[in-house]
Design a binder for this molecule. Structure first.
Ligand SMILES: N[C@@H](CCC(=O)N[C@@H](CS)C(=O)NCC(=O)O)C(=O)O
Length: 270
């Protein structure tokens, strides 16, 4: 595909009254909400919507990050078991037919601006790059590039190496090949968590990298929930287990938990 527009990262800015996204535009992103730049009036916080499914690990990354940053948002449930990810309502905003999709609307007296981000990692990084410094950062500062790389290494072990090969659309394809879905997932999750554990064993403090929650933890915890579901013995991964305990002690994480969502069926509620 030679069309540059199609190979660019999806990132659209468009008036909120338009139901579908526009192709990539050279529009200015909203100004940084950095309190150190007093010459700019502070940008009001956006109103936030999240396309989410209670059991989706990718959605949970965003839920956890939003709660950690104390950003209120509206959940729009997309039921993966009912194939709602393929509905026009979802695919018009998320061409990959997946969840999550993060939708931010910036108020403006003239024309509100809506930004749609249909990939969890780019959505997480967008929040890092645009939110005021009063929101807790989930990446170490730019002055610590090595630590930032470690956070991303761990986050990508989960989000790039484990999740895609254990995703629903893959599981639907492995079953007809005679492969047991649970065994498939368990083996791949164990391989990934083994790598995570090896690195985190030296990078972790209270959390996966040092003593603050980072994007690594935000990706790890939902993967741990998925791991339990397919019978992974977490005792093999002591650092992961310990960090998981720390994370689950946080109120923000409890609110983002898969058992506590508006679309969580009664049988799974805590
Ligand atoms: N790389 C994407 C992956 C999104 C993804 O695979 N989401 C899963 C839920 S965790 C999904 O929507 N699966 C639907 C399907 O496989 O049909 C992201 O991080 O946002």
């Amino acid at each position: 595909m030679t069309d540059l527009g199609k190979t660019r990262a999806f990132f659209s800015t468009h008036p909120s009254h338009l139901p579908t996204y526009l192709p990539y535009q050279h529009s200015k992103p909203p100004p940084q909400n950095d309190h150190h730049h007093h010459h700019h009036p502070p940008t009001p916080l956006p109103s936030i919507q999240l396309h989410t499914y209670f059991r989706s690990s990718c959605s949970a990354r965003l839920r956890i990050a939003l709660h950690l940053k104390s950003l209120p948002y509206t959940s729009i449930p997309i039921n993966l078991l009912a194939n709602e990810q393929h509905s026009p309502k979802n695919t018009s905003l998320n061409p990959s037919a997946t969840v999550p999709t993060l939708i931010l609307t910036y108020p403006s007296p003239t024309q509100p601006t809506t930004i749609t981000i249909p990939q969890s990692l780019s959505a997480l990084e967008y929040l890092e790059e645009t939110l005021p410094s009063s929101c807790p950062a989930l990446l170490p500062p730019r002055s610590s590039p090595h630590l930032r790389a470690t956070v991303r290494t761990l986050a990508y072990i989960i989000a790039v190496d484990i999740q895609p090969v254990t995703n629903l659309r893959i599981l639907k394809r492995v079953a007809p090949l005679g492969m047991d879905r649970e065994t498939w997932s368990r083996e791949l999750i164990e391989e990934g968590l083994r790598a995570y554990e090896t690195i985190a064993a030296s990078s972790a403090g209270r959390f996966s990298v040092g003593d603050s929650v980072t994007l690594a933890d935000v990706c790890l915890l939902p993967a741990v929930w998925g791991a339990e579901r397919v019978g992974v013995d977490l005792g093999m991964f002591p650092t992961v287990e310990r960090v998981r305990g720390e994370l689950e002690g946080l109120g923000a994480v409890r609110e983002a938990h898969w058992r506590a969502q508006g679309d969580t069926p009664g049988e799974f509620r805590v």
